[in-house]
Design a binder for this molecule. Structure first.
Ligand SMILES: [Ca+2]
Length: 207
């Protein structure tokens, strides 16, 4: 996501408000992309491997999201890779972890992929409850050909995790819609449809 997209995201959130004087409790404020390193430092975590950073304020306080990737060569034949997402909130002097996400691929003897889609990192408040819903997408694969990668979209709200699990689409394999967990009805109001659209937009690979 570019900075202009971050701005339009904030704008979009703001325009969902009715009336000229929106209440602070039902909108996000000060949404901005951070350099990955600055985001990590702000969140009090190791900046090694940081690839994405986002800051926003909501009813919880000052939020920072950091995306990191690690790749380790285990021996000459295999490697392992991880994606790590940390969502922390600063409320006064206190720094609190709202959610940590850890996923990856272990001992891959072929081509390893454990990467975020950097442009996917965004925040919205689809259900207008004043708490931001952070969205990001990552891909995992261990493959020796052009088969699809596993693709996951995560939505984090107030420490709760909502996920779409599916795969990328390639010129050789038909796209299938991902499966939600929990079920679509349990997602924040209006969030599931938007998340599904975003998943589809980001699914193409090798094209
Ligand atoms: Ca919300």
């Amino acid at each position: 996501m570019t900075e202009s997209n971050a701005a339009s995201q904030a704008e979009e959130t703001a325009t969902t408000e009715a009336g000229p004087t929106p209440s602070i409790s039902s909108q996000l404020a000060m949404v901005s992309l951070l350099s990955p390193r600055a985001a990590a430092e702000q969140a009090g975590i190791d900046p090694d491997g940081a690839v994405g950073g986002l800051y926003f304020t909501d009813a919880n306080g000052e939020n920072t999201v950091v995306l990191r990737e690690t790749q380790i060569v285990i021996d000459s034949a295999t490697e392992s890779g991880s994606v790590l997402a940390d969502h922390v909130v600063r409320d006064g002097a206190e720094l609190r972890v709202l959610r940590e996400v850890r996923d990856g691929v272990q001992d891959c003897p072929w081509d390893l992929k454990a990467e975020f889609v950097p442009s996917s990192l965004a925040v919205s408040d689809y259900d207008l409850d004043g708490i931001g819903e952070v969205l990001f997408v990552y891909r995992l694969a261990c493959r020796s050909d052009v088969s699809p990668a596993e693709q996951k979209l995560l939505l984090l709200e107030n420490g709760d995790k909502y996920i779409l699990r599916g795969s990328t689409s390639t010129p050789y394999e038909l796209y299938e819609d991902p499966l939600p967990e929990p079920t679509a009805e349990q997602w924040p109001l209006n969030a599931y449809e938007s998340a599904l659209d975003r998943f589809r937009e980001l699914a193409p690979e090798f094209s």
